[in-house]
Every structure is written in C-alpha cells, then in structure tokens.
Ligand binder design. Structure first.
Ligand SMILES: Cc1ncc(C[n+]2csc(CCOP(=O)(O)OP(=O)(O)O)c2C)c(N)n1
Ligand SMILES: [Mg+2]
Length: 327
C-alpha cells in the first residue's frame, strides 16, 4: 500500500468511512435476513469494498455507472442513501425501486447510477450504449462498467468490448476478479483466467491488472486512466484482483473453497489494510477512525429504522412501471 498523492485528512477518513459503511451495512443485511425482514436474493460485496470506493472517489457527478447484482457497495460508494437502499431490501415503497426491485436492482438516475443487473454481463451493452450517448453529448463524461470474472465468458462482454473499441467510447470496464462465479472457480471456466486483463488485447483495448484489496492502488490507476478515457482515446479494461469473503449469496455456505485460500484472503481485508496503513503512517489517529466506525454504526441503525417504519407498496401499485408511460 502506497499513498502517492497529497490528500487531506478529512478526505482520507472519508474514504475509510465509505468502505466501513459498506461492510457494516451488509453485515446488518445478514442480521435482517435471518430475522426475515429481508427476503429473496442477497449477494454481499464484503471483501471487495476497496474497488468501488477507490473508483468512485475519482468519478465526477456527470459520469455514469452500471454494475452487476452485487451492487450495494457500488451504490453506497456512489452516495446513494443507505436508508433508501435498506428500504429497497425490505421491499418497502420508499426504496430506490419502490420496493419492487430488491437487492439486485438498485437504481438512481439522479446520481447516474444506472443500475444493478441480475443477468450476468447484461449491464455491459447498457454501459456501451450509455458511453455512446456520453460521446454524442460531448460533456466529457465517462462510463464505468463493473462486472465479475463470470461475465468474461458471455457474448455480451465481447460484443461490448468490440463496439467500445471501434467507436472509441469513453468507458472503463472493470472486472472484479474474485476467483469464483457462484461455486465455479474461474480457472475451471475461463481459458484466460490468469491473465484476464489481457482479454482486451483482441480488441486493442489496453488492460491493467491491479490489487483490488488496495484502496490506493485502485484510486491511482483510475486517476491515471481518467483523462485518457474521458478525452476520447477509447476504452480501458481493468482487472481488479479480489475475493468475496462470504458465499455467492446468503444461501451459499461456500464449502467449495479451500480453507487456506479463504484464510489467506481474509488476512488481506481491504478495510484492515487501509486502517493499519493510515495509522502506521501517522496520517490519522486510531480515535479518528473509531469515531468514523461509530458514525457508520449509527447511520446503519437509522437506515434499518427508516426501512422498518416505511410502508409496503400498495397493492394497486403492482402494475405501475411495467411499461413506460406514453408521452
Ligand atoms: C446470463 C446468466 N447466466 C447465468 C446466471 C446465473 N448466475 C448468477 S450469478 C452467476 C455467477 C457470476 O459470477 P461473477 O460474474 O464472477 O460475479 P460474482 O458473483 O463473483 O461477483 C451466475 C452464473 C445469470 N444470472 N445470468
Ligand atoms: Mg466472480
């Protein structure tokens, strides 16, 4: 871990806090699921927080984001309201998708957070279309498209890379390589598993391999490529190496993973790494981080309270938003 830039203490604590908020929020979703307050699908991002926080910390307000179903972390890092995310998970009318989308379908166009998508790689052509729109708008915006290693084998990955390359679209493809797609290890499903960042070579798209557990490495690479992509030089592919600390979803005990492998990665917890680094370097104090932790707990408690008190959607709302309204 190596902080190469001058950055204020407030900003550093903010970055740490963003990661801690994702972890605490999702730990709470596990508790609420057990109490049957949350039902349906639930895939948490625990272990991968440095990627969303590092990338989002560089983006501008008018940039677009698409992601997969493991989307709480990206949504929180983009500044979506934890109360409305929790309400969505509770199926309440105050949620981001009015309680009808659930965990996998967070969406907030006001923050240009253009959705979590349940279909593996389904967000990729959407991101490509958004990048085409951004290019036409000429406002210097870029699109970040997050996806898992499991998306590499989908046709949509290749179609999106090709179009993005020939049209020189302003898009950053970020593969969160957590070594598994559901219970399948990536080395059993993808021929280029050990060099995912090279998958862009076939489309002349430059690739970067980074340590996704290292907040500052993620932030540095995004800063480095930001103007290249924004200024019309075409897309970039980033492979961020990471690990999901829990199973694929809440119903997966993840017994297929070797114990030593899990222990190795737990020892590289991105939140612990950044916490230790900041303290060791004398950039912040233990007390300041403690304060951040406490405020995170408070925020998550308030999110649960908001979700509990919110109403479920009315039965009459069942058919709303199925089709676009006629103009
Ligand atoms: C097109 C499609 N095929 C299969 C599935 C079932 N499915 C859901 S998640 C998943 C694994 C995806 O793994 P990865 O992209 O590595 O993401 P991760 O869960 O590791 O973050 C699969 C196969 C799906 N949702 N969509
Ligand atoms: Mg994966």
């Amino acid at each position: 871990m190596n902080l190469k830039e001058k950055i204020s203490k407030t900003e550093l604590i903010g970055l740490y806090r963003d990661m801690a908020l994702i972890r605490e929020f999702e730990n709470e979703t596990y508790r609420q699921y057990m109490q049957k307050q949350i039902k349906g699908f639930l895939h948490v991002y625990s272990g991968e927080e440095a990627i969303a926080v590092g990338i989002m910390s560089v983006l501008k307000e008018h940039d677009y984001i698409t992601t997969h179903y493991r989307d709480h972390g990206h949504a929180l890092a983009r500044g979506l309201d934890p109360k409305r995310i929790m309400a969505e998970l509770f199926g309440k009318a105050t949620g981001y998708s009015k309680g009808k989308g659930g965990s996998m379908h967070l969406f907030d166009s006001s923050r240009r957070f253009m959705g979590g998508y349940a279909i593996v790689a389904g967000q990729m052509p959407i991101a490509t279309g958004l990048a085409l729109a951004a290019q036409h708008e000429k406002k210097n915006a870029l699109v970040v498209c997050f996806f898992g290693d499991g998306a590499m084998q989908e046709g949509e990955f290749h179609e999106s890379m090709n179009l993005a390359a020939i049209w020189k679209l302003p898009i950053v493809f970020i593969c969160e390589n957590n070594l598994y797609g559901m219970g399948a290890a990536v080395d059993s499903t993808y021929a280029l598993h050990d060099e995912i960042y090279k998958a862009g070579d076939a489309y002349k798209i430059p690739g970067y391999k980074i340590d996704g557990m290292d907040l500052f490495e993620v932030r540095n690479v995004m800063q480095k490529i930001d103007s290249h992509v924004r200024d019309g030089n075409g897309p970039v592919l980033i492979e961020a190496q990471t690990y999901r600390f829990r199973g694929h979803s809440i119903s997966d005990p993840a017994a297929y993973r070797p114990k030593e492998e899990v222990e190795y990665w737990l020892g590289r917890d991105p939140i612990v790494l950044v916490r230790n680094y900041l303290i060791e370097q004398g950039l912040v104090t233990e007390e300041e981080l403690q304060e951040a932790d406490e405020s995170v707990e408070q925020e998550v408690t308030e999110a649960v309270g908001f979700a509990q008190e919110s109403p479920f959607p009315e039965a009459e709302a069942l058919y709303d938003d199925v089709y676009a309204d006629e103009e």
